[in-house]
Design a protein around this ligand. Structure first.
Ligand SMILES: *Cc1c(COP(=O)(O)O)cnc(C)c1O
Length: 415
């Protein structure tokens, strides 16, 4: 049953996608969010702003990213044809740069010389530090001190790019503590500071504007697929952490009702073990980080620790628009385990010469599961959200392969 209306124009004015989304923040931040919303609406209607965004995507990011027919992989699987949207070829190696450029341009437009961000694995921190350098903005990144230890290379990248990385020692010393600290900073410095959020979560208008900036991905596919093979795909697949690369490729396909939209969450060690990060597949609705959405929580509403082999999917919530698309039946969500993602990672390396991010490998894994059950003229389009260079140490450790770096390096010591 179709529960949503077309044309699709969510969120509504109050930032809701059906019962999800909204603005659940302290009063001190309400005014800042309203100001951001107003300025974003103006920017969207300003041809000069949009033209600059497009120029940056073309000349700095390298868009449009190509679509690639993974023919050897498809032939081996013996069913549907798998195509990859190559977000891994973007500057900085993932889709996150699309959104951070959009938000940095907004920061500049609003006359805010300082940006802040929070980061877990460090990917969003690097993307934020990158655009801060590009536009001459001051950049402060909050990061849990545990994560700082685990992600030394990304911390160094941020510092090279001129950002200040602030260790957060409270709580579990990870992403959610960094998030609280970034919020505190924003409340205190809101007159000169822009808070760059890295996924389609947080209070309205963030889920909307992050989606809009990333929707360039799906917009390109909409003309690239017919140009390449004369038709749209039968299904579009993407991994879902917070959900920004998935919303980016899904959004323009929502009105194309024949195209299945499939989000692949982190099943970790298996849903039944409780060690996973599959909010939509195994969570329940609640409120976290300023919006109502599906969460991994216990019966008392306490957030439960999540687990995934890919740090970028290791988040207990999910963007509110995905919660709505699930309930409305427009998108499907599946859980893909660590082992399946790792197997897909290795298979893509060896059949196509492409080393995918572990996050993206979840979507590749599900396409590999679907393809053999489908006819050879069916088409699966997978969003390859990022490249896997950042995951070398993790993969080496998990698969027992030798990982070469300096003898003193942490990854070697773990082998
Ligand atoms: C951060 C990241 C993700 C997860 O974030 P989403 O908001 O769900 O897209 C996925 N892939 C890559 C390569 C990432 O860096």
């Amino acid at each position: 049953m179709q529960m949503y209306d077309l044309p699709y124009n969510l969120p509504d004015a109050s930032g809701h996608f059906g019962p999800y989304g909204g603005v659940f923040v302290a009063e001190t931040l309400q005014a800042a969010l309203q100001e951001l919303n107003l300025e974003y609406e103006r920017a969207k209607a300003d041809p000069e702003f949009m033209a600059e965004f497009q120029r940056e995507l073309k000349h700095y990011v390298g868009r449009p990213s190509p679509i690639y027919h993974a023919k050897r992989l498809s032939d081996e699987l013996g069913g549907a044809q798998i195509y990859l949207k190559r977000e891994d070829l973007n500057h900085t190696g993932a889709h996150k740069i699309n959104n951070t450029i959009g938000q940095a341009l907004l920061a500049r437009r609003m006359g805010k010389p300082r940006i802040i961000a929070e980061t877990g694995a460090g990917q969003h921190g690097v993307a934020s530090a990158t655009v801060a350098a590009r536009y001459g903005l001051e950049c402060v990144v909050y990061m849990g001190s545990e994560d700082i230890k685990r992600q030394a290379q990304n911390v160094y990248r941020m510092k090279l790019l001129g950002a200040t990385v602030v260790p957060v020692d409270s709580g579990s010393k990870t992403l959610k503590d960094a998030l609280n600290e970034a919020m505190r900073d924003w409340v205190t410095h809101v007159e000169n500071t822009f808070y760059i959020i890295g996924t389609v979560a947080g209070p309205h208008p963030y889920p909307m504007l992050v989606r809009d900036f990333n929707s360039v991905v799906g917009k390109e596919c909409l003309w690239q697929m017919p140009e390449m093979i004369g038709q749209q795909p039968d299904a579009v697949l993407a991994c879902v952490g917070g959900g920004s690369n998935a919303m980016g490729i899904f959004f323009d396909y929502i009105p194309h009702q024949k195209v299945r939209l499939i989000g692949c969450e982190a099943g970790g060690e298996g849903i039944e073990t409780g060690r996973h990060a599959a909010s939509l597949s195994a969570g329940t609705p609640g409120i976290l980080h300023g919006n109502r959405t599906y969460l991994i929580q216990n019966a008392d509403g306490q957030i439960i620790d999540t687990h995934s082999v890919s740090a970028g999917l290791d988040y207990p919530g999910v963007g509110p628009e995905h919660a709505w698309l699930k309930d409305a039946g427009r998108a499907e969500y599946v859980a893909v385990n660590d082992d399946e993602a790792l197997a897909a990672f290795h298979r893509l390396c060896r059949t196509e010469g492409i080393i995918p991010a572990l996050e993206s490998s979840h979507a590749v894994a599900h396409a590999m599961k679907m393809a053999p059950m489908m006819a050879k003229d069916k088409v699966l389009l997978v969003n390859l959200s990022g490249r896997g260079d950042k995951d070398m140490a993790t993969v080496a450790e998990r698969s027992g392969l030798q990982f070469y770096c300096r003898p003193s390096c942490q990854a070697n010591q773990n082998l």
